[in-house]
Design a binder for this molecule. Structure first.
Ligand SMILES: [Zn+2]
Ligand SMILES: [Zn+2]
Length: 324
């Protein structure tokens, strides 16, 4: 089972500007001025030696993750703008298929990719929205109403269904079992755990964790327990999350490390990036998370380094593929 990140930015799409791309190219060329490249592969190898922020970006589309589990039917978490790139990856002649879209909540950044989801316009396809908000169907339809969008919802030829459940419900797609947890966010949101055999991938974004997260018996520690991959909301720095942006419904990289360590998560992926942060700033947050992971584990295990979790910490970017 693997997670494919099609979008990693929070709140609104935030593509890199021309000026920033030019600066990155200029810096990379200047840094290589003493080198000689005999092949294009050698250029690639050189770029690999640079930090991701120097040759790529961490944020473009808003968050959308595909869970690739070898099932006949597709599994997607949230219908944000990354959904469009997922649909482009299917190619023009994709055979009719069923798409399960698990919705965390209905804030616009989480549904705005759906009007651009090509399979929705093709008859023979089936799309099932799973979630907990009673207003899911009306929100999906309303964003396509005039004057907001030129194509009405009724133009979509696929069979579209809404599977709206009460809190605590479980779902299944083939042999993938889907458990959920209610999260603290304005208007509520839900985190999803996708489990197949012994592997488990959890996506928990748009979720705020206050001081209560440090208490014994905090339910998220149980929910995340021994996950192979945890894709987590690290939108803010810990200062912002605990002061200026308290109650905005998001979390920070230090809380991500603490919960992942206590729950013995194997790989932590920090996602739902703050659109105002630059790529180097997101890299600083990554370094901060790595440092804090070391310190926090020492505290947690009272100096016994053998019990360090999470084993790996990465930062999400569009195109990142993580094997469970
Ligand atoms: Zn969001
Ligand atoms: Zn939200």
């Amino acid at each position: 089972m693997k997670a494919i990140i099609w979008g990693s930015c929070g709140s609104l799409p935030s593509p890199t500007s021309s000026a920033t791309i030019r600066q990155k190219v200029k810096d990379a060329i200047w840094a290589s001025r003493e080198l000689e490249f005999a092949s294009i592969e050698a250029v690639d190898a050189y770029l690999e030696t640079l930090p991701h922020s120097a040759h790529g970006t961490y944020k473009a589309n808003t968050t959308c993750v595909q869970i690739e589990a070898g099932t006949k039917e597709h599994i997607i978490r949230d219908a944000r703008t990354g959904l469009r790139d997922f649909s482009l990856s299917l190619g023009k002649n994709a055979p009719p298929a069923t798409y399960h879209i698990f919705v965390s909540h209905l804030h616009w950044d989480h549904i705005q990719g759906f009007p651009f989801f090509a399979p929705a316009y093709q008859s023979g396809n089936r799309i099932i929205f799973h979630g907990f908000h009673q207003t899911t169907e009306s929100a999906i339809r309303a964003q396509m109403d005039a004057p907001c969008f030129p194509v009405p919802y009724e133009a979509m030829q696929a069979e579209i269904e809404f599977d709206i459940q009460e809190d605590g419900a479980h779902f299944a797609v083939g042999d993938v079992h889907v458990a959920t947890i209610k999260q603290q966010h304005p208007g509520d949101s839900w985190g999803y755990s996708f489990e197949q055999g012994e592997k488990r991938i959890i996506f928990s974004s748009d979720s705020e964790h206050g001081p209560e997260a440090r208490e014994e018996g905090y339910p998220f520690v149980d929910f995340l327990h021994e996950a192979d991959i945890l894709i987590f909301d690290g939108q803010y720095t810990s200062e912002e999350a605990s002061e200026e942006k308290r109650n905005w419904g998001h979390s920070d990289h230090m809380t991500a490390v603490e919960l992942a360590a206590r729950a013995k998560v194997r790989q932590l992926i920090v996602s739902h990036h703050e659109p105002a942060y630059s790529d180097p700033k997101i890299e600083e947050i990554h370094q901060g998370a790595l440092r804090y992971c070391k310190e926090y584990n020492q505290e947690l295990s009272q100096g016994n380094p053998a019990t360090r979790f999470p084993e790996h910490i990465k930062v999400a970017f569009d195109g990142l593929v993580i094997e469970a």
